[in-house]
Design a protein around this ligand. Structure first.
Ligand SMILES: [Fe+2]
Ligand SMILES: [Fe+2]
Length: 168
């Protein structure tokens, strides 16, 4: 059974959303580098790479199912941020948006009786839980730190120690 046309379009749209996320994270990394938050920059580079890997999963999946990859246009990212916290809050918003589009895809796959796509999307459903949890944890810590420079520096070091996830 081949992928329906509406699902094919939605999967291509998701490639754009993942690349847009990757691009946004890269812009956040640049903001942190300019402001010498090397650890937070490392965190955002890692996020950016992960989102590109997500996009490529959709890319390969479409090709594996014999459908066309039609890359959509993506928007330019935000370049100005007010604080470390505001960057992570923007990151959470982005992840919540990604969760909603993945959920919509899942619903569409179910309604199309496309169980291969349902199965493929399960990894993303789980990944989004992880993504939202990780960034929410950092937001909690940043809120507790407030403007305390020593605590912020400590959190920057925590972010510096973050290693690329396996299993992506
Ligand atoms: Fe993603
Ligand atoms: Fe993500």
């Amino acid at each position: 059974m081949s992928i329906s046309e509406s699902l094919e379009t939605a999967l291509n749209d998701q490639i754009g959303i993942e690349f847009e996320s990757s691009y946004n994270y890269l812009s956040m990394a640049a903001y942190f580098e300019v402001n010498s938050w090397d650890g937070f920059a490392n965190w955002m580079h890692m996020q950016s790479d992960e989102e590109r890997e997500h996009a490529m999963k959709f890319y390969h999946y479409l090709l594996d199912r014999g459908r066309d990859v039609v890359l959509p246009a993506i928007q330019a990212p935000t370049v100005e941020f007010d604080s470390v916290l505001s960057v992570f809050e923007a990151s959470l918003k982005q992840e919540q948006h990604a969760t909603s589009t993945i959920n919509r895809l899942y619903k569409l796959a179910l309604e199309s009786d496309d169980y291969a796509t349902v199965s493929f999307l399960k990894w993303f459903i789980d990944e989004q839980v992880e993504e939202e949890k990780t960034v929410s944890g950092m937001i909690d810590k940043l809120k507790r730190a407030g403007d305390n420079p020593e605590t912020l520096l400590l959190l920057d070091q925590v972010a510096a120690a973050r290693k690329p996830d396996s299993g992506n």
